[in-house]
Design a protein around this ligand. Sequence first.
Ligand code: F0G
Length: 462
Amino acid sequence: MEPFKIKVVETIPQTSRRERRQILEEAGYNLFAIPADRVTIDLLTDSGTAAMSDRQWAGIMLGDESYAGSKNYYHFEETVREIFGYKYVIPTHQGRVAENLLFSVLVKKGTAVPNNIHFDTTRANVEFNDGLALDCVIDAGLDPNADLPFKGNMDLKKLEGVIRQTGASNIPLCLMTITNNSGGGQPVSMENIRKTRKLLDQYGIPLYFDACRFAENSFFIKERETDYRERSILSIAREIFSYGDGCTMSAKKDGLVNMGGFLCTNDRELSQSITNLLILHEGFPTYGGLAGRDLEAMAVGLREVLDENYLSFRIRQVQSLGDMLHKRGVPILRPTGGHAIYVNAGAFLPHIPREAFPAQALACAFYEEGGVRGVEIGSLMFGGNDKTTGEAKHPELEMVRLAVPRRVYTTRHMQYVAETIAAVYERRESIQGLEIVYEAPVLRHFTARLRPLEEQNAKVRN
Ligand code: F0G
């Protein structure tokens, strides 16, 4: 059951199917363009959408908004040092700024950054600094049906191949994303982290964690890796980070806050260069783009997220949504990851060719059916024409991600989501593909406008 009582409530918007059809049309079949108060269950992201606890709200009242040396900063720093164990702690307003600061100093033309799989902002920040972002996840991590406990693991052979090919001196750092968001929220094992560290040591390459969902990854290690059953989440997290030289963190996930992030490192010189940039872009080092009260809420959230009762509920809630869908025959990526269900839209809608955006069409169908908003991770987000050949390219998988916000929805809400999706599954053959009417030159999925192909065909027929 939910390991919390509800103290404040927010009314859930209800709309009719007719209204939703009109909303979709007005939004150009792009769920990013739908006002949130027209969404019944919002599973667009688990980022910045958590419900804060009474203790976090109490912490907000203790906000010390001094420009320099806010007491909340010291509390935050002490908390991060205790869990993550790194010497230098630099607050930022969200995760991608931590990435930007780190890569601005370390990455340049001719360098490469390996990762299990780069999240899109991470990849974009490496590439923005003219580096090469390389994914080295194990092959099973890309197979939606491979049922393995740690599908986020780094493939050490691939990693060594990259190091040999690029030359160790051109690899300023190796990243590891825990859990591996772009590969389905799949965890990385402690054994794999240890082995990755050992391999990198042979070449003198630092290891940094993309730590957004570190507590969820720690919980999976406790459940699935022998030797860790009796260990506390805190001690598992500390062991993970002991194998690294630092981390970037979006506290909008496992920090249980609506805004916040940070960067850690053990490298004094690096921390100084980053701090100089921080002052230029984010603010003074004891607030880093955040209010003092936000730092306090983050310090409290980082401790709360380590609670095993909370994590057990969290992981089971996502798992039970996955099980309900699997039982009804809905094709999903298995096993379920920590923060989201990934519906395999290619298998759900085999009659829609990839040029007609099956995953986007499916995401729209979930909204039309029950006001459930997920996010397309497929040809709209990652496809397009190859810059050099001009040929249409598509990503490996067509998926709709249903990300579950932390401490926001109840088990009954998850049942409603499963019922909505099962109803769409029953009528899957009636779903039509889409075509683009407008697209921006970069990151087109955020602002694209589309229309149903059926509409176009009807116009031709008339
Ligand atoms: N790294 C990972 C693995 C992420 O999932 C995200 C954000 C970031 C970095 C960037 O953090 O948003 O605070 O700047 N993921 C969100 C998502 C947006 O929906 O998966 P940010």
